[in-house]
Design a protein. Structure first.
Length: 87
């Protein structure tokens, strides 16, 4: 019985060690660059969203709601928004 307990303890320790090592490796990896984002030289648009999310709270079913998000261009080139998807 003691032998089985030691084996379980050893396996649990190895799994915990491997998990901690994997998490440490994830922190070292550089953040992925978003799709379509690339380094730009020269004038470039800089998008600033004043309020990135809006909570309507409780809403009755079937009620149509609208909200206007303010998007500003803080850069020195025209900002083109080609697609928008709800989150």
């Amino acid at each position: 019985m003691r032998r089985i307990y030691r084996c379980y303890l050893l396996v649990f320790g190895l799994v915990a060690l491997a998990s901690a090592w994997a998490q440490a490796e994830e922190k070292k990896a550089p953040a992925p660059v978003g799709k379509g984002i690339e380094e730009v030289k020269g004038p470039a648009p800089v998008m600033e969203v004043v309020e990135a999310a809006h909570d309507f709270g409780q809403v009755a079913q079937g009620k149509v709601l609208t909200y206007d998000f303010r998007v500003l261009n803080k850069g020195d080139a025209p900002l083109e928004i080609k697609a928008v998807k709800p989150g």
